[in-house]
Design a binder for this molecule. Structure first.
Ligand code: CP
Length: 310
């Protein structure tokens, strides 16, 4: 694997290989010294231009645990604030010969742009606009698989703001590719067009989407991407679409996932988020292992040693 740009186009065998490799990186985390030399001598640049807690921290930790040198780029204190363009910034960082660039951006399509403009580095998409967040989908599938033993044949309900969610798109593509049935529900104003093309079944209510589900994924309301009033109020949204214990009760033993950050009492109640069915913090833990598997898989395909440009 040279890059990980999207789930769309990722061969199913490659997705399965990452999911199969991830458990051994969970074991690395439990070692007294949580290090393995898979990326020894490699440099990983974290080029984040949008806020992140989980993804940036877990890529940084993943790179360290693989013995790489992580270089975290602080967008707010960089020369971007002096007017340097993003592409010039990326080329400047590329001149320091990183092996892998992990990128997050407000705009869609930046990972492909970087892969094209910086052919010496591998690129990993850590979330681009409303387009895709492939490592989030991989860690979600991994978490479901650890709890249910498989993904094929399961029913996964995805609830919330689907329109603005790159997590939704990547999950819909990956979970259906792995053989799950994906249902969804949310306000009509926050349902994207073409759900059927993604292989997803829309349901008229949260209760209908939840019926018989093995896993429920709640997606946050993305206020920062809304330039219009898509919901009447947070209170009404919670009343109609929020995941509460009462709504969850008929779903047997469905696990509850949320990619974070949470809007408590908007898309999910605290009782559910902190309750026995919640695997939200486990997703975070699994994220480090899955990202280690991704970085290691990419590093395996790259020649060792610095390429001089002069
Ligand atoms: N799930 C996720 O992408 O979280 P962060 O924005 O905190 O990285």
């Amino acid at each position: 694997m040279r890059h990980l740009l999207r789930i769309r186009g990722l061969p199913v065998g490659q997705a399965r290989a990452i999911l199969d490799e991830a458990p051994r990186y969970l074991d690395v985390a439990d070692q007294p010294v949580p290090r393995t030399p898979a990326l020894l001598g490699r440099t990983v640049v974290l080029l984040f231009r949008e806020p992140s807690t989980r993804t940036r921290s877990s890529f940084q930790l993943a790179a360290k645990r693989l013995s790489a040198e992580p270089l975290a780029f602080a967008s707010a204190s960089s020369s971007l604030s002096k007017g340097e363009t993003f592409l010039d910034t990326a080329r400047t960082l590329a001149a320091m010969a990183p092996d892998i660039i992990v990128t997050r951006s407000r705009e869609s399509g930046i990972p492909e742009l970087l892969a094209r403009e910086i052919p010496t580095a591998s690129v990993v998409n850590a979330g681009d606009g409303i387009s895709e967040h492939p490592t989030q989908a991989l860690l979600d599938a991994f978490t479901i698989r650890r709890h249910r033993g498989r993904v094929r044949g399961l029913t996964v309900a995805i609830i919330g703001d689907l329109l603005h969610s790159r997590v939704f798109r990547s999950n819909a593509l990956l979970l259906t590719m792995l053989g799950a049935r994906v249902r969804c529900a949310g306000p009509p104003t926050l349902m994207p067009p073409g759900l059927e093309r993604l292989g997803v079944e829309p349901r008229p209510s949260v209760e209908e989407a939840l019926r018989g589900a093995d896993a429920v994924m709640v997606l946050r309301i993305q206020h920062e991407r809304m330039h219009d009033s898509f919901i009447p109020s947070r209170r009404e949204y919670f009343h109609e679409f929020g995941l509460t214990e009462e709504r969850l009760r008929p779903t047997r033993d469905a696990i509850v996932l949320h990619p974070g950050p949470l809007n408590r009492a908007v898309e999910i109640s605290s009782a559910v988020a902190d309750g026995p069915r919640s695997v939200i913090l486990e997703q975070v833990r699994n994220g480090v292992a899955v990202r280690m598997a991704v970085l290691a898989e990419i590093a395996r395909g790259r020649p060792r040693g610095r390429r001089r440009r002069d």
